[in-house]
Design a protein around this ligand. Structure first.
Ligand code: PLP
Length: 383
């Protein structure tokens, strides 16, 4: 096994040493002034990250927990919803809804395509009974970024429809600005752009969402956000929080604020541009047919390479962890993340590993061609 490992998958991502150290502090009782002070301190950073004046709730769960919490708190028995599917994570909404006696309309796209605001608008006109729309910011499985602003504008035209966005790989990658663009529930998880270990999820709620939460009646208890919100107002949490992850969160938000949110988004764009330039120079095909995400780049491997063998070889022999494909893309693609605690030279490592893997597996590429293209992109802001 290589001595040094590089985690370059779109979650979990690498955690900075300062954050790991923060999580190693002694556990404290959470019903204390000291812990409430930490909760107060994280709130301003979270609000800035989400672009909201409203509360951002922190739950002890993976991202899917926040997806389920959003769904059960925005709807009532027998309600109709619209789910937008342009990949594996989009399919999750309908799967969650199945357990709650909801009527599900689904807007489906070919994988690699983005969702279109016009289609959402047409569905809302055709099915006026729809109470909420569920979608992804970045669809991590196909590496596309959906046009959130346009879709939010289409939903906003309907006073009684809530827009829920899984921003698990878009919050912290792109400016979120949820109040301004009009997202009602924006959620994310700790293990992607937030530079934390897995285990926390976050939900920010608009005024419209807070009102809907009070009247929704689907079965729930742990994820009853009414209880969470009442506790939030008293500067505490409903249940025992993941105390040590919250120490880490305080540190990761401090690191983010020191870098500056605008600079974080620029860094993601730069590393994404460099990765895309390399993929292009190597004449490989992108998974994203349009709007490739700044969180992760997906590429098709040459037909004769087994994707699973490729990613395993890199992980086991070179210490490089890329993600393979999910669902129908399994074994065919590689996803290279550039999100969270990721710098320009992590991108260089990624491209170099990609090229070496391709050579090892017999692909006809010109070694260094991708690297040169990536370097040229990375030099641009330094010029
Ligand atoms: C990673 C990811 C999730 C997964 O959430 P977990 O429950 O934390 O595994 C959901 N949605 C998107 C878009 C993701 O990238």
């Amino acid at each position: 096994m290589p001595i040094k490992k590089y985690l370059l998958a779109p979650g979990p991502t690498t955690v900075p040493p300062e954050v790991l150290l923060a999580t190693a502090q002694p556990v404290m009782l959470h019903r204390t002034k000291e812990f409430s002070a930490i909760l107060t301190n994280i709130q301003s950073g979270l609000k800035e990250l989400f672009g909201t004046q409203n509360p951002v709730l922190t739950l002890a769960s993976s991202g899917t927990g926040a997806m389920e919490a959003a769904l059960v708190n925005m709807l009532s028995d027998g309600d109709s919803i619209l789910t937008v599917e342009n990949g594996k994570f989009g399919e999750r909404w309908a799967k969650i809804a199945k357990g709650y006696n909801l009527k599900v309309h689904t807007l489906r796209y070919e994988w690699g395509s983005v969702a279109k605001a016009d289609d959402v608008a047409a569905n809302l006109r055709q099915f006026p009974e729809i109470k909420a729309v569920f979608m992804q910011g970045c669809e991590t499985s196909t590496t596309v970024y959906n046009p959130l602003k346009e879709i939010a504008a289409a939903v906003k035209a309907h006073d009684d429809v809530i827009l829920v966005v899984d921003g698990i790989t878009s919050v912290g990658v792109y400016e979120t600005n949820m109040d301004e663009i009009g997202v009602d529930v924006m959620l994310t998880g700790s293990q992607k752009a937030m530079m934390l270990p897995p285990g926390l999820s976050f939900l920010a709620l608009s005024d419209k969402a807070l009102a809907r939460m009070k009247t929704s009646n689907l079965p729930r208890h742990y994820f009853n956000l009414n209880i969470e919100y009442q506790n939030f107002l008293k500067n505490t949490t409903a249940w025992t929080p993941a105390v040590n992850l919250i120490y880490g969160l305080e540190k990761s938000l401090e690191i983010m604020r020191n870098e500056g949110f605008a600079n974080i988004y620029k860094r993601h764009e730069l590393c994404a541009n460099a990765t895309r330039a390399a993929v292009k120079a190597l004449e490989l095909e992108f998974v994203a047919k349009e709007n490739p995400s700044n969180a992760v780049t997906g590429l098709y491997l040459p037909d004769n390479i087994d994707g699973k063998a490729f990613t395993s070889w890199l992980r086991e022999n070179a210490g490089i962890t890329f993600a393979g494909g999910q669902g129908k893309l399994e074994g065919r693609i590689v996803r290279i993340a550039h999100l969270g605690y990721h710098s320009q030279f992590d991108t260089i490592v990624a491209i170099s590993a990609l090229e070496m893997g391709l050579i090892k597996f017999g692909a006809q590429i010109s070694p260094g061609k991708g690297l040169a293209a990536a370097q040229a992109e990375l030099l641009k802001p330094l010029a």
